[in-house]
Design a protein around this ligand. Sequence first.
Ligand SMILES: Cc1ncc(COP(=O)(O)OP(=O)(O)O)c(N)n1
Ligand SMILES: Cc1nc(C(=O)O)sc1CCOP(=O)(O)O
Ligand SMILES: [Mg+2]
Length: 203
Amino acid sequence: MVTDQKACLGRDFFWVLEEAIKGGVDLVQIREKELFERDFITKAQRAKEICAKYNVPLIVNDSLSVAKAVNANGVHIGQSDSSMDIAKELLGENFPVGLSIEKLHQLESSGASKAWYYGVSPVFSTPTKTDTITEWGLEGIQSIKRITNKPLVAIGNIKIDNAKQVIEAGADCLAVVSAICSAESPEEAAASIRNEIEKAILT
Ligand SMILES: Cc1ncc(COP(=O)(O)OP(=O)(O)O)c(N)n1
Ligand SMILES: Cc1nc(C(=O)O)sc1CCOP(=O)(O)O
Ligand SMILES: [Mg+2]
């Protein structure tokens, strides 16, 4: 899952996070667009403690310094964020860095070759993030899959209804915001999405 304070709809952020993990979320990206660095570090530190209780890795979105400060398990950068080279310089060559891919030619950059995984950005357009380019759709996932062996993390309007199809199209991981964070029961939503993933893998 990818966290989003607003998508928690006024409920306690850490409660939503822990419920989601109890439901089966096995990788968390903390994404904060409005916090000062110090507050982002404090929040990420607490999120990391919750994740650690369940052996779930925590990835930090955008901020290399926050990723470093909390000793995160990875960082996710987009095409307009810090470059892969700067990320590697600050965090070390072996530090896991994920990269958003919005267009096919972005796979050819030297930065892309150093990414641990690619975020397929977005699979479906979403009100949660509107400054995206075109949607990849299921065919887009298939196209990227044909070109690379790196893990593909699908993001953008992924929910229970389309989770199985997205995995079947070639995604290795689903990054979900609102379908978990805004669900009445984040635990049940996460469990249902996980169940769809398992169905896709087993059939
Ligand atoms: C797994 C994953 N894929 C894509 C993104 C989007 O990253 P970016 O393009 O940098 O946009 P912001 O999330 O920073 O608004 C992501 N966060 N995670
Ligand atoms: C954080 C993020 N990145 C995207 C991208 O396309 O790169 S879409 C997105 C938000 C996804 O939210 P939801 O699961 O609610 O649709
Ligand atoms: Mg970014």
